[in-house]
Design a binder for this molecule. Sequence first.
Ligand code: NAP
Length: 461
Amino acid sequence: MTKNSSNIMALSPNTSNKRETVCIFGTGDFGRALGLKMIQSGYPVVFGSRSTQTSSLIPKDAEVLSHAEAAQKAAIIIIALQRQHYNFLIPLAEVLHGKVLVDVSNNLKINQYPESNAEYLSQLLPGARVVKAFNTVSAWALQSGTLDASRQVFVCGDDMEAKQMVMDIVRAVGLTPLDKGSLLAAQEIENYPLQLFPMWKFPIFLSLGLTAFFFFYCLALDVIYPYVYQNKDFSFFIVISIPNRICPILALILLALVYLPGVLAAIIQLYRGTKYRRFPDWLDKWMLCRKQLGLVALAFASVHVLYTLVIPIRSYVRWRISSHTISQALNNKTEPLNTTNAWLSDSYVALGILGFFFFFLLGITSLPSVSNNVNWREFRFVQSKLGYLTLILCTAHTLVYGGKWFLNLSLYKWYLPHAYMLSLIVPCIVLVIKFVLIFPCLDKPLTQIRQGWERNPKYSE
Ligand code: NAP
């Protein structure tokens, strides 16, 4: 009788307004936090525990029973236990038959076990309907209500109805369920909270490598060279001048690297004549971290702006201006205004300001709260059209900075080009390829390929 009634309960999803009782196995941190949240959302909650004594820690409206008794009261059972204790559920197989078991567990290491905890639970209790959910939400966030950053709850499971019932609970407690498919996805969902900024690794290591390279490059040309050949000590350049060279260089290179994989992908698609073949792995990974590359570039650009703002108060700069003025006074000779220089300097500053403004706009539109409020076409317009405009403005800013010295070989130290010239290589390559790709003879086939056309279709009628 007991078994039959529990099975009927297990098969009937929540169709009325009254909330169904939810059972939680385990009165640990997570079980209690989730239980409290559910009670606050109107669910009757019953805990299944090894000890049926209530304590002040357990939400006061919840019942605490033995596992078997608690399981009989609900169709959905949240298994808030560590995986190593799952074995104790085997004797309860009969009472758990047909129930929706929600696996919330996490591991200590990525791919710690050959199969996911949820699949393991499903193997132990083949009669139960296992759904993976809630593992990305922390007990602390549930208790303190600070769920803004982790409102999304990944849900997966083989039983559609069971998954739907769990997603209803997720919604009811004020979170957003995201269906990740079958139970096969559980491994990925369990690995998710263990990852450490996965998309940021490449941008951060790349920028660290480039920073180190350009630091030593600028140190050699701006500090060591004058010391060796002119016996001048410019070591203080390390504090502001060199960082203020490195920041714009990195901002420009990283911004160009955001757009380089896109043009490479276009070349590959044109060459293959199809979009249905996978890109090489390295290109796939590169494309996935473009947003992070762009944000790191924006951080470098912002620091460059700050360094630039302090230039007038630097002692070295004030000394140079005053000694120039005094030398003019002593020689009784004033320099006439050089209009070309004035044009170059104003254009350089204007291009920098505009470039930074659009760069900032790109950064803002990449925020989820903003990107969720624009449609696909608007997002593409900002990230592609405005993105290229930003790249053009920033490249022009650097080109104008070079001005007339660009081709003056006498200014090269140790036959090495100035660091800003190196920073122009990648952006110029990207802009030239993009310009070539705009030509109708290439743009037209590329658009067709991206709409599904194939030069040599694999499956022809
Ligand atoms: P916990 O504090 O260690 O509690 C686990 C509960 O399991 C204990 O309170 C105990 O409940 C029960 N238990 C312990 N040993 C047992 C045994 N030998 N046999 C049967 N039951 C036993 O763990 P937790 O932090 O609540 O986490 C529970 C699960 O949620 C874990 O799988 C964890 O990965 C997952 N999770 C936790 C968080 C978090 O922020 N804590 C976040 C996401 C997911 P009784 O004394 O009532 O029997």
